[in-house]
Design a protein around this ligand. Structure first.
Ligand SMILES: [Zn+2]
Length: 195
């Protein structure tokens, strides 16, 4: 991708930032684990493509734009939608190995009007939904239950609307060897509930 967009990439030991960009040169911290490094690369590339050339001038709005463009660079929407039709999250992760589970799951919930809840080492660290979607701020009993079972069994689990309170739940156990055991929970209202 660097060659395609004619940018230079360097991987170096950085102290206080994960990455930065100067002109058309992107510098990435060598300590980042690969999916995170790929994400930072796409984020910095997005700044270049969006014409955010003066780093001192970058504001939160520009950061949001860069994040949105980075997702598109990493998981082009047309390709992702096509793949989603026949693939579940683990299959999507195999299809797009350069993206992290989280980036894939966040793209997925935007397409499905679902909620993503993330637990790291048993602690809730994030809960996300598409912009215009109303959803409970805290996970409910059925969701918490499935997350607990998922971390105990250390395997992906799925639970249908008949076993929960009308929710379709998927929990994914991810241990990428960084000392963090992560569970990604995808919560979708069942079709009946939407009507
Ligand atoms: Zn940025």
């Amino acid at each position: 991708m660097a060659a395609k967009y004619d940018v230079e990439v360097a991987v170096e030991r950085l102290d206080d930032v994960e990455s930065y960009v100067i002109g058309r040169r992107i510098v990435l911290d060598s300590d980042l684990y690969p999916p995170r490094r790929n994400w930072r690369f796409c984020h910095e590339l997005a700044h270049i493509l969006l014409g955010h050339t003066d780093i001192q001038m970058i504001n939160p709005e520009m950061e949001r734009e860069a994040d949105a463009s980075a997702v598109e660079l990493m998981l082009p929407i047309a390709e992702f939608r096509q793949a989603m039709k026949e693939m579940d999250i683990p299959a999507l992760k195999e299809r797009f190995p350069h993206a992290s589970w989280e980036v894939i799951a966040r793209r997925w919930i935007n397409e499905r009007q679902a909620v993503l809840t993330i637990y790291d080492n048993g602690r809730l660290t994030g809960r996300y939904a598409p912009e215009d979607m109303a959803f409970p701020a805290r996970p409910g009993a059925a969701e918490i239950d499935l997350v607990r079972e998922c971390s105990e069994k250390r395997q992906h689990l799925r639970r249908g609307a008949d076993e929960t309170e009308g929710l379709d739940l998927q929990a994914y156990f991810v241990d990428d060897g960084r000392g963090v055991e992560r569970v990604l929970l995808l919560t979708e209202p069942s079709i009946e509930d939407l009507s």
